[in-house]
Design a protein around this ligand. Structure first.
Ligand code: ZN
Length: 68
């Protein structure tokens, strides 16, 4: 089953769909993804964790906390 276009939106991390959790839609490199609020901090603070999940995530940089 390689058909991802007709799939319901689901969190890229936990794979839950919007029947279970609220989903935030994000676009990245012209692709649309969804992420739940629980995993949004990963996108902000630990985008390296999304490498292999989100195509192109290896180019993301974590938010600069200014605390180092
Ligand atoms: Zn999630």
């Amino acid at each position: 089953m390689a058909d991802t276009t007709s799939q319901k939106p689901h969190c890229i991390v936990c794979k839950q769909d919007n029947a279970t959790v609220p989903l935030l839609t994000l676009t990245f490199q012209d692709n649309q993804f969804a992420i739940c609020p629980q995993h949004l901090p990963i996108l902000i603070h630990n985008p390296q964790m999304l490498v292999g999940i989100l195509p192109g995530a290896e180019n993301l940089k974590e938010a600069d906390h200014g605390d180092q």
